[in-house]
Ligand binder design. Structure first.
Ligand code: PMP
Length: 405
């Protein structure tokens, strides 16, 4: 495909450097992406031109900051095609979005003996908050298993759903396997059974077109730092009728309507869930990241990353003793693997000496590691600024490293 990756790379200052005298190859994008200068400039501009505390203030700087902050809310709404801006709650990241949803949904809708279905391929961030809530409410967590290709066993879902099931928590894209889950289909099954669905979109929002109305999901969460934006910013989308019934997650400034010692009333959506001074500059700069992704074109991004995935998969499959985890067809640009006779940690450390940044370990997905009977993997994950030449360099370095064992 014709994609001007060199032009894109010019926008990312951090990519143009040598690590141990070799050009940096950054393949740790599933952990966090790098930022284009448009995002860095937006952060800089906020601090140098119009920084002030948002909402309520009666002065110019605060007004401008408020306008820019709320501007990002509209951009985020548009990015996932939510119906209204009230459904976009700013958090500090996917993890906080899930904790918020688990706590408040639990308080409003979960009773003792109820059940929450959580898939086997989830990141710890989409397991532990549900466990905490379940422990508090006396509810039970039920696991939806995967097969050995890393595909969710959707056909088991109907059997797992009981009269006590309240919610299904599932990733849109697995951070380890790259599996793209059929969220729309899962949402339909959930809806037909009167069950709610929470989708962890941390690994999907940077790579796929997201349409929460089309998928008809109840909740959707994602992080700015995986989308070329600042860290410390995330979004929780929720259906209005649910958010309205859910109690606040944290108390403090902004989330109140009126505070009296005799009782407090809460602000309207989305402010009910945004207690305290948020990450103002980060949210504003996140707007620039959304603009950047939209201008590049999410379909273009997805197509280029798919090319990189196919190219790298074909090359890695030539290496004897290398096993890739996550081999189903619908897959995003993540490759987790192990090599017979070599520990993943050693592979990662040695690749680093070739200037290649990958991640090693359990990737915060212990149950998934248990499924495959492993302790961890090496994970290479791609972004649209990566190139085929970088994959060549990575595969070449990997072969050299393997030869040393
Ligand atoms: N879910 C998935 C699938 C992820 O990949 C991650 C980040 N590794 C998270 C949740 C947590 O995101 P954050 O650390 O930004 O809160």
């Amino acid at each position: 495909m014709n994609f001007e990756v060199d032009k894109i790379r010019q926008d990312f200052p951090i990519l143009h450097q040598q690590i141990y005298n070799r050009p940096l190859v950054y393949f740790d994008n599933a952990a966090t992406t790098q930022r284009p200068k448009q995002v860095i400039d937006a952060l800089n501009k906020t601090y140098t031109e119009y920084y002030g505390n948002i909402h309520r203030a009666a002065h110019f700087l605060a007004d401008k900051a408020t306008e820019a902050y709320e501007g990002t809310r509209e951009k985020a709404r548009n990015f996932i095609n939510a119906e209204t801006r009230e459904q976009i709650i700013f958090t500090k990241g996917t993890t906080e979005s899930i904790n918020l949803a688990a706590f408040s949904f639990g308080e409003a809708f979960v009773q003792e003996g109820d059940e929450i279905i959580v898939s086997e391929m989830e990141h710890h961030s989409n397991i532990v908050p549900w466990q905490l809530m379940a422990a508090r409410k006396g509810a039970k967590i039920v696991m939806l298993p995967i097969d050995n290709d890393g595909r969710l066993l959707i056909e088991m879902l109907e059997q797992l759903i009981t009269k006590r099931t309240r919610l299904i928590a599932v990733a849109h894209v697995s951070n380890v396997l790259g599996t793209i889950n059929p969220v729309k289909q899962i949402a339909r099954i959930a809806r037909n059974n009167g069950v709610r669905i929470f989708v962890d979109g941390a690994q999907a929002a940077p790579h796929l077109r997201i349409d929460v109305q089309d998928m008809d999901v109840d909740f959707y969460a994602f992080s700015a730092h995986k989308m070329y934006g600042p860290n410390g910013v995330g979004v929780l989308y929720g259906k209005t009728e649910l958010l309205e019934q859910m109690p606040p997650y944290q108390g403090g400034g902004e989330m109140i309507s009126e505070v009296k010692f005799s009782g407090t009333t809460y602000n309207e959506l989305p402010y009910k869930f945004e207690a305290g001074t948020p990450n103002i500059s980060g949210v504003i700069a996140f707007g620039a990241a959304i603009d950047y992704l939209r201008n590049t074109g999410i379909e273009t991004v997805a197509a280029w990353e798919h090319e990189l995935l196919s190219y790298a998969t074909a090359a890695l499959n030539q290496i004897p003793g290398l096993r890739i985890y996550g081999t189903q067809a619908e897959k995003s640009g993540v490759i987790s693997f192990n090599v017979e006779g070599a520990h993943f940690f050693d592979l990662g450390t040695m690749l680093d000496k070739f200037g290649i940044a990958v991640r090693t370990g359990h990737h915060c997905a212990d149950p998934l590691m248990d499924h495959f009977g492993i302790q961890g993997t090496v994970r290479a994950s791609f972004a649209f600024y990566n190139t085929r030449e970088e994959i060549d360099r990575f595969v070449d370095a990997l072969k050299k490293v393997i030869a040393m064992f």
